[in-house]
Design a protein around this ligand. Sequence first.
Ligand code: FMN
Length: 369
Amino acid sequence: MQFIYNYKLFNQGLQINFMDQNFLSNTSSRKDEHLKICIENDVKYENVSTGFNNYIMMPNLLTKISPEDIDLSTTFLGKSMDSPLLIAGMTGGTEKGKAMNKIIAKICAEYNIGMGIGSQRAAIENPSLIDSFQVRDIAESIPLLANLGIAQFTSGYSVKEAEQAIEMINADGLAIHINPLQEFIQYDGNKNLANVQQNLIDLVGESKSPIIVKGVGTGFSNEDMKFLSSLNVAAIDLAGAGGTNWKKIEIFRNPSLTNLSTSLINWGIPTADCLVNAVGVISDSSKKIIASGGIWNGTDAVKALMLGADYVAFALPALLAISKDSEEGLRKFINNYIFEMKIVLTMLGITNLEELRKKKNLLMRKTPH
Ligand SMILES: Cc1cc2nc3c(=O)[nH]c(=O)nc-3n(C[C@H](O)[C@H](O)[C@H](O)COP(=O)(O)O)c2cc1C
């Protein structure tokens, strides 16, 4: 309840002048602004679905198993997880971000699933913000991902800051988010991304810790995935289109962008298509595929796993669950998500993730009528 109360205060007390450059350019205020925009507005894609509705799973009415038989356990970055799920990185750097990270960490520890935190750039710039990202005391044994943007590396960060981010939260790996479209339309975005490939080669080559490369909701092209799979990355988090749309979030931050066409705003590779492409391109099974981008329920999560994802991640659904009913809201959401996964697997007659990988024939692509 404390968190909801904070949000009420937040909403009443913060008058955002969208043209106030100082406010908008401050790294941590911008993170709170993102939370507020996502809670108060529809920031999802319009007329672009994740593509999972193009697939049907074959229900097995004569199933011989029951939901209690289902074992969703797996491992990630050397840590065991009870379900192949992660809450993707969103926040930190402010009091609200700190409260939210603590709620997420508590629930992830309860369900023994993975967690990412939001970009730690604010804490690298201002160490007094470090504690808003630290959750290890709450979630001692879950896979925990640090987070920085590639745009920081194209403008000067090196493996030194990468290690700083990992050590800051005692993480198991570092997620590097890549969001050029957002940077290009953001008036205060970093437009100098020319060295992005070399920066990734250097970072992955020099880092002693696992590096996860992630999108933020536009999906990676085949060319991108070929390049990424040539690097020694631990995982690629697809963040395809159909869920959170960062072009829309940027428009809420800067109304002068309303002139952008709906074609550009809704441009992205639907998550399911992006996943099928990734499975075709990434042949090395040690490079894990995290499916994300609009995977709002356990049924679509099982489809993603059947299409070849190793893990499923989501961000906005967790934020909205928390804004609705704080810790209890997130607990209910995760509980239902896992319940749904178990029901679906029971109906498919599949008891664990290893079996699931062998039974891809239970998933059919719908034929267009
Ligand atoms: C409020 C909010 C803040 C986010 N901040 C970050 C961030 O700091 N770093 C990052 O890598 N991704 C960030 N993301 C992107 C998510 O991690 C995720 O990749 C994306 O939202 C797609 O998943 P979804 O459709 O389930 O939300 C953020 C998402 C939301 C909703």
